[in-house]
Design a protein around this ligand. Structure first.
Ligand code: PLP
Length: 396
């Protein structure tokens, strides 16, 4: 049945796709070996570096983020190598499962799913590893299951103080283009990104930004790889082309997305997300709920995971809101199933969408009889009004 009004897609990605990007996707597909494509390829391959804050090559795959995880591992490692992973939440868990399926040994540091990567614990493990068994450290910058952002610069510093040569691989799938991230400055070796969140595109593209050290590791790495091979990509990319048929229309749309981000200015984009996150947390606090993130400095600017009081079903609340307000919210993943719901506030998103989203949640809470203090939306509006400097201000 037709549901009037635009759907509020408030899952933490895929995000709302803005009209200019939809229009780019609808353009006729062009010859991926012709001169028009070559120019497009060169432009997006160069332009996307800005979002990663890198001068190094960024490889673009016609794949979801999971593909780019695999690419990061198979381009740099050999069967039986050990990787150190930090279980910050559900997505870190999935990355670990993939590493094991690929025949890597995983040393896992368990986290509490309420805080970010503990750089001191990584430091302690690397400092002990005198034989340099560990070949890579893998971390998720923004854990989409918990709404926790980890301090990657601090992780790099901790690694550096041990003098350990392990590569640093970072998943930025739900932070790229919405949270400040610096591949070169923070000394990351492989950054994994996806199209469907901060970049405002549909799902379908993913990325590896790769350091010289990661490419050098690739020379001796023995994991089988063909589709994911960086070097074939980078060689073809010199002239803007790809070794196999690229996702032409997605690349046309990526060009538009990059133009939009450049026009707004990345620092403004980042503050806009922080502002939305802060307003969302003001509502959550007012309702009397806790966020899943338990550390003030680690709240994610791109999503908020909200814990419901014991005995209340987050899935029932989401179902009510979907039916009555046509607003999908993110579900709890893994051990958080039915305990939390997640509000995405990333991508093409402004103040009215923040308050509209929170209105939908507050109406749902009332309809489901979940005890809360009414007025969360007002609290969010006060937060937005207090944080209204152009380009945002913001703490945290
Ligand atoms: N890593 C993070 C942090 C994610 O949020 C997601 C998806 O939401 C993934 C990895 C997996 O990416 P994809 O579903 O695009 O394969």
């Amino acid at each position: 049945m037709y549901s009037a009004g635009r759907q509020f897609l408030q899952i933490p990605g895929p995000t709302n796709t803005p009209l200019p990007i939809l229009a780019a996707l609808a353009k006729p597909t062009i010859d991926h070996r012709g001169p028009e494509f070559g120019a497009l390829g060169r432009e997006v391959l160069e332009g996307v570096k800005e979002v990663f804050a890198t001068e190094q090559p960024v490889v673009i795959y016609p794949a979801s983020g999971t593909g780019a995880w695999e690419a990061a591992l198979v381009n740099t490692l050999s069967p039986g190598d050990t990787v150190l992973m930090y279980q910050s939440g559900w997505f870190a868990t999935l990355w670990r499962k993939m590493a094991e399926k690929l025949g890597l040994k995983v040393e896992l540091l368990e986290g509490d799913w309420r805080s970010g990567v503990d750089a001191a614990r990584i430091w302690a493990v690397l400092a002990e590893d005198k034989a340099h068994r560990i070949k890579a450290v893998c971390a998720v910058h923004n854990e989409t299951s918990t709404g926790v952002t980890s301090d990657i610069a601090a992780l790099r510093r901790a690694m550096d103080t041990t003098g350990h040569p392990a590569l640093l691989m970072v998943d930025t799938i739900s932070s790229l283009g919405s949270i400040d991230y610096r591949h070169d400055e923070w000394g990351v070796d492989v950054t994994v990104g996806g199209s469907q969140k901060g970049l405002m595109l549909p799902p379908g593209l993913s990325f590896n930004a790769v350091s010289q050290k990661a490419r050098a590791a690739g020379k001796t790495a023995r994991m089988p790889r063909s589709f994911w091979d960086w070097e074939d990509m980078i060689a073809a990319n010199v002239n803007g082309f790809f070794p196999y048929t690229p996702a032409t229309n997605m690349l046309q749309a990526l060009k538009v997305a990059l133009d939009m981000l450049r026009e707004e200015g990345l620092p403004n984009v980042f503050s806009r997300h922080k502002r939305a996150a802060e307003a969302t947390r003001a509502a959550v606090r007012h309702w009397g709920f806790e966020t899943q993130c338990a550390v003030d400095a680690e709240h994610s600017p791109s999503l908020t995971a909200v814990r419901l009081p014991e005995g209340h079903s987050a899935d029932a609340l989401r179902a009510q809101i979907l039916t009555n307000s046509n607003m999908p919210l993110g579900n709890g993943l893994g051990q958080l199933a039915d305990r939390v719901f997640r509000i995405g506030h990333l991508g093409d998103f402004h103040d009215l969408m923040v308050t509209g989203t929170l209105s939908g949640v507050e109406m749902g809470l009332a309809a489901c009889g979940i005890p809360h203090r009414a007025g969360g939306v007002d609290a969010a509006m006060r937060s937005l009004a207090g944080n209204n400097a152009p380009g945002g201000l913001l703490k945290g």
